[in-house]
Structure formats: C-alpha cells, structure tokens
Ligand binder design. Structure first.
Ligand SMILES: [Zn+2]
Ligand SMILES: [Zn+2]
Length: 135
C-alpha cells in the first residue's frame, strides 16, 4: 500500500491515517475510531479531514469501505487480496474468510445472467462463538 503509487501527494493526514489502518490489530475501523486513535497519537485532524482522506483512499483503491450494519462505514487497507466477512451482531466482531467454492459460484451466477463481474461483497451476519457462550 503506497500513497505515491496511488497518485496522491504525501500529506500528514494521509500518512497518519494509513499508518493507523496498518498498525491496528482490529482490521476494520470507522472514521470515528481513526479520529480517536489519531488524538491519542497527538495528531489532531478534524473528523471532516479524516472522512475526506478516507474517501480519497477509497477512490484510488487504497482502502475498502464496508457497511457491517448499524455502525455505519468501516475501512480497511486493501492489500489486493479479496476476502469476505462474518459479522457478529452482538459484539461487532468481524472475521474474514475466503471460500473458493463461493467465489467460483458467484462468477458462475454472474456469467449465467450475462454479467461481467467487477466485484462483490458478502457479509454473513450472526452470533460469534464467544457471544453464544455468554447466553
Ligand atoms: Zn460476538
Ligand atoms: Zn476485511
């Protein structure tokens, strides 16, 4: 993931936000979470700046935007490897997976309908093992 290769100038907010996304143990962050982390890091950018930078990153393919239900958009670095997501509706935990069969099947369906597939996203919503154990 490289800002310059993506055709964007290096600016402090861009560098910082990319760093936060890269360092985060949680791979999917909302703009608000990035804002909070930047503050802890003594980098005080406005939420509007963060939204703008994330939109720019998304436009050039540096990050992917997801909508896991309630909380609004979350962002993750685009490392070029496609994956799908399992989302816990109790605690919000997100797990990633890739299944060759599902990938192929989707290609098939698109082809059958005469579609040229450009992308897809698949979210499985449910309750994670931890939350199941709690109830
Ligand atoms: Zn859970
Ligand atoms: Zn992901």
């Amino acid at each position: 993931v490289d800002i310059k290769n993506a055709g964007l100038k290096l600016t402090a907010p861009r560098i910082k936000i990319l760093q936060i996304l890269g360092e985060s143990a949680v791979e999917h962050l909302s703009a608000e979470e990035i804002y909070t982390r930047l503050k802890l890091d003594k980098a005080d950018f406005s939420l509007a700046t963060i939204y703008r930078v994330l939109a720019q990153f998304e436009a050039v393919g540096l990050v992917m935007r997801h909508n896991f239900g309630e909380g609004g958009s979350v962002f993750e670095l685009n490392n070029g490897e496609h994956h799908d997501h399992l989302v816990c509706i109790e605690c919000g935990q997100v797990e990633e997976f890739v299944d060759e069969m599902i990938e192929k099947k989707q290609q098939h369906i698109a082809q059958e309908k005469g579609f040229k597939m450009t992308s897809h996203s698949l979210y499985i919503f449910g309750i994670c093992p931890k939350c199941q154990a709690k109830s």
